[in-house]
Design a protein around this ligand. Sequence first.
Ligand SMILES: Cc1cc2nc3c(=O)[nH]c(=O)nc-3n(C[C@H](O)[C@H](O)[C@H](O)COP(=O)(O)OP(=O)(O)OC[C@H]3O[C@@H](n4cnc5c(N)ncnc54)[C@H](O)[C@@H]3O)c2cc1C
Length: 394
Amino acid sequence: MSNLPILIIGGGIGGLSVALALAQKGQRVHVLEKAPEFGEIGYGIQMGPNVSRMLDRLGVLKALELHSVFPDALRLIDAIDNREITRIALGNSFLERYQYRYFVIHRRDLHGEILEACKRREEITLEASRGLISFEDHGNSVLARCENGAEYEGAALIGADGLWSPTRAAIVGDGAPRVAGHVTYRGVVPTDEIIDRSHLDSMTIWVGPDLHLVQYRLRGGAVMNNVATVSSRRFRRGERDFGGLDELDEVFSRADPRVRDMLRYISRDRNWVLHDREPVTNWSRGRATLLGDAAHPTLQYLAQGANMAIEDGVVLAEKVAAAEGDFSRAFLAYQRERMNRTARVVLSSRFFGEYIHADSGARELRNELARRRDPENPWEVDWLYRGIEVDGRL
Ligand SMILES: Cc1cc2nc3c(=O)[nH]c(=O)nc-3n(C[C@H](O)[C@H](O)[C@H](O)COP(=O)(O)OP(=O)(O)OC[C@H]3O[C@@H](n4cnc5c(N)ncnc54)[C@H](O)[C@@H]3O)c2cc1C
């Protein structure tokens, strides 16, 4: 291993996971985070059994379980008539099939536990207020320059700097991410405030024409996470001003009154315009590579963006350890292994976006086929939830 640390740009869920995975292999790393503090936004996140497996390897799963909620099912309900269409049961047969559970957690708890684990490792240095502006690959080392004028020499560089990654701009150079035309609003409220309490134990998605609403509990059930999304017709018509509160209310006006009423749990002061990118095959170059949203940003319809970032980190650490200092070989091997799985997540997420937002005949067909599903057999996501092999074992 080189005496120089690997520089990790970005200390989000992806950056900290790869820091921890590399430290476990004995590799020194230096994480440079642009924000004044390491942190996450205050909403929920879903974690599939594929990532529970990775978090177990990273040694943080037990700590995370203390903050987690384990829903009994993923329920799909038609937002127009409020009738359940199908569900994935998350009980014993799910656990038997995948060996790990599906859980939901507050992002700050997830990020916080990984951050604490990083702080306990002497191989890891964490520095905030260090926004990368550029880097150079010198062949046997890399040099990173930050906004405040600070420079860092590293053995290699990993861009875990998210959707708007400057590292990606330097390596891939494919411009801005794709605007999907979907806009999300979120809100977390005390569970006591929830009026319709019929789905408290599940991860529930109400789906309808150009809309969906997700609900699940967090923090031992004390609070309810709510996410409302519209697929904007105004965007499809080419209008620049789309996805505002007026369009949210207009699209949800077709939903059952009980679904419409749930918009009361959403904060109306901020929204997220959703993006992804076409999958690429060239996100590693020389001693630099990308990870997580910087490499393969995805829509949230499989709830796998952060899951993929964490898987990336574990695989990347395995390849670095195996390549014994040959970082370009390690990064190409990592990219080769991650490319198709992450591309499948990106493209399948687009499909699931269409599927849940279906209208008219497509909605009827979806509901009829989905009602015939066996809730104990989630074949559509089996390839995903079975997880990946690392170091020759699942
Ligand atoms: C509505 C919604 C719901 C979602 N739900 C789920 C879900 O249920 N499950 C799931 O797995 N995923 C989900 N995702 C996706 C998930 O949030 C992202 O995929 C994940 O956070 C990506 O992690 P990351 O570490 O790659 O990037 P980020 O979380 O974006 O972290 C990037 C970090 O880099 C820092 N940074 C940026 N620029 C620089 C720079 N120049 N120098 C230094 N640091 C920099 C940033 O400050 C940040 O800390 C959802 C996304 C959305 C929008």
